[in-house]
Design a protein around this ligand. Sequence first.
Ligand SMILES: OC[C@H]1O[C@H](O[C@H]2O[C@H](CO)[C@@H](O)[C@H](O)[C@H]2O)[C@H](O)[C@@H](O)[C@@H]1O
Ligand SMILES: [Ca+2]
Length: 552
Amino acid sequence: MTSAAAPEWYKSAVFYELSVRTFADGNGDGKGDFPGLTGKLDYLRTLGVDCLWLLPFFPSPLRDDGYDVADYVNIHPDLGTLDDFKIFLREAHARGLRVVGDLVTNHTSSDHPWFQAARRGAVLPDGSPNEYHDYYVWSDTGTEYSDARIIFTDTETSNWTMDEQAGKYYWHRFFGSQPDLNYDNPKVVEELLSAARFWLDLGLDGFRVDAVPYLIEREGTNCENLTETHDILKKMRRMVDEEYPGRLLLAEANQWPEEVVEYFGTDQEPEFHMCFNFPVMPRLYMSLKKEDTTSIREIMDRLPAIPAFGQWATFLRNHDELTLEMVTDDERAFMYAAYAPDTRMKINVGIRRRLAPLLDNDRRRIELLNTVLLALPGSPILYYGDEIGMGDDLGLADRNGVRTPMQWNAGTSGGFSTAAPSDCFFPPIGDTVYGYGRVNVQSQEQDPSSLLKWMSRQLELRRRHPGFAVGELEFVGTDNPAILAFTRTTPDEKLLIVSNFAGNAQAVHLELGAYAGRVPVTLAGASPFPVVGEEPYPMILGKYDYYWLRLN
Ligand SMILES: OC[C@H]1O[C@H](O[C@H]2O[C@H](CO)[C@@H](O)[C@H](O)[C@H]2O)[C@H](O)[C@@H](O)[C@@H]1O
Ligand SMILES: [Ca+2]
């Protein structure tokens, strides 16, 4: 299987996001590594995912968990060697698994040799120009671009920080330890393209590209989504299409539908193959608490059409906070009240909790949101540990509470490492509800009704019906807002997905008149429902229940 032979593989792939540092420790030093991850590839294959997205694995001082890159073309020494990486990639490919990395484009670590050189000023002591100075964005006053918002609102008070050595302010959209690269400098563009080539030459299947809206700054704008930023990203895509056809670029652009869609580009001038659908994510949770799915339909209807090569990336949770940037002020207040009862759960503009605790560890709600995730348009991305219902640790700083070690078994440190829990990079969760003694892969593998086994069966069902991946979406009218009903249609089949977002059994009538004469049949058990007539089609769903059907 090569990416060039199946260039649109990403449209039907299920992705799995993981951090090498917290997945599996191969040498017992308490830190996950590539040999450890390689040993878990069979688990991932059996689970039924198709592509792994690895969080940044480059040398880094880890002031932002690796999103502060100090060297783009090497492996963080804690995670193994470049040879370990090559073995991992070979073994992943041998199992039919693709692998994408995380390309941190907007900024480097302040420890990066480019920034260390840049701080020496525009002119070196011997009078020669310092080419690295112009790799970053400098100011004498730190007053420019005042319309740009601050993203890490809990820690940063300005997007400018004074660098004493340079005697100037440098620009940073994230932490002060992450100076923004100057993309008006063509050398910077070339540096990042060569970094990407390095990994693509080794066989990586592509990148999730981090924080893409912020590459270019212009006075009088909010410095997001600028035309000049898109021009650079289109150049990156041209490089990939010409030199590495079939490899993937996935945009992390946390933006409203009208802006995010621009990151696909057009058929003539393509940009990203995939973009995260940030706006729909919080509305899935909101709908559950409100028992009203109107906001899901509204936001999906608001998504503009995308080019034929494009595919959305959908997700319930990731390594960051559950971001609330793409909701209104009222909706954000609702979400905080509903899902962050403890102030420690709030961070920046979001909620730092994992899926299972967010949903009160309620198996029905966890299943419901996952089924909607798997059925809505887009390729779903699962976050490691959510397939077994892992919890979080509010005692850890920043977003690290949702990045605790994968729980493999009930043994030492949950099977993540032979090191003691206190010697692990982050301590494994040990509490009585979510701790590794109770929640772990090994016990769920032995339990046919576990969340893990359910997830695996659901992924298999999804794989058997290509309509989930590429079918046309059409919402079905209902007389009950708690019920979300839609069809996914390909030339070969029409799927009908009906989901009850209410905590009580619900009756509903579906407007299926256009399909009169057809018989809904369950996908899992091939069980026929009453034939559809001209009149609204009645259905009863138990609390948080769902049907995956085919209209025969
Ligand atoms: O590299 C800096 C950060 O980039 C990503 O950030 C995104 O996360 C923010 C919330 O944590 C979000 O509000 C923003 O829109 C995103 O760009 C990355 O996923 C982070 O882990 C990283 O710190
Ligand atoms: Ca290790």
